[in-house]
Design a protein around this ligand. Sequence first.
Ligand SMILES: Cc1cc2nc3c(=O)[nH]c(=O)nc-3n(C[C@H](O)[C@H](O)[C@H](O)COP(=O)(O)OP(=O)(O)OC[C@H]3O[C@@H](n4cnc5c(N)ncnc54)[C@H](O)[C@@H]3O)c2cc1C
Length: 295
Amino acid sequence: MKPPPFAYARAAGVPEALALLRDAGEDAKILAGGQSLVPLMAYRLARPSHLVDIGRITTHRYVRGDGGGLRVGALVRHLELERATGLTGPWQALREAAGRIGHHPVRVRGTCGGSLAHADPSAELPVVAAALDASVTLQSADGTRTVPAADFFLAPFITALEPDEMLVEVAFPAPPPGLRSVFEEFQVHSGDFALASAAVAVALDGDGVATHVRVALGSVGPVPVRAREAEEALTGGRLTERAAAEAARLAASAAGAAAGSSAASGEVPGGGADFRRELVRTLVTRALDRLKEKS
Ligand SMILES: Cc1cc2nc3c(=O)[nH]c(=O)nc-3n(C[C@H](O)[C@H](O)[C@H](O)COP(=O)(O)OP(=O)(O)OC[C@H]3O[C@@H](n4cnc5c(N)ncnc54)[C@H](O)[C@@H]3O)c2cc1C
């Protein structure tokens, strides 16, 4: 199938993109890597009146440290994150997650901003954003605002973005001392969307006691799910096998609750609720094992 007709403009910079978006009205769409939008248009599931192509803007293609935190420009490609060898310790989950997105050609073109804006419940990067307490910067011709990831993802494929706004950056705050993060997911075939994923971040003090824990899950609900009971169970204790097993059990139960409390189980294909809960239990156990090994 071919997409219906649309107007097309390529922006040389962010100000031009924002002016084009404002002038084109609310049926305009940003085109970044095109890896999600173009297939949707081809199937006529998206029918934008205008496309504002930001794919060649170079100013927002950066990954840089900032006072202990990290800033990633919206136009950074998944492959660039995957190959950013400096993304270790607190940022390792970001690098690992980027490397699990689709196939190589998808990662060459797909952008970090596009993945967050698209808000697929099975996408990897929103899960990492939730685990690392990220926030996104949204810009329009009228100004700029910053939205925590927890408030950005509203429903499958729906975010807090207004039609005239561009997501320009994702920022990760300075991590607590000793924070490390890892990402785990299960795909039926390499390159498939994940049936379940987990980004886990843990800071251990000098005695091996967890002072900060985040467990975020993907593909189990309409938006990334924080397994708060698992986080609380681990905080203040050591990462023993028993503690990890209990946290994994609690994370699996959070996944079950998220699927049960929404239409998500129907929207995220592949496997029943019990299977998905078991996947989460395994993924969180694996993640905690890896974090324990490195301590
Ligand atoms: C075969 C295949 C497999 C894939 N597998 C995975 C996978 O396993 N995991 C995964 O996460 N993704 C997967 N994807 C999707 C891929 O990661 C996309 O790159 C990503 O979802 C969107 O990024 P993009 O830059 O291509 O955005 P586009 O397709 O250009 O845009 C997607 C949406 O986001 C909006 N948008 C884009 N950038 C911005 C911005 N800066 N500000 C505001 N709105 C913006 C667009 O208007 C559009 O609505 C797959 C895609 C394909 C084709």
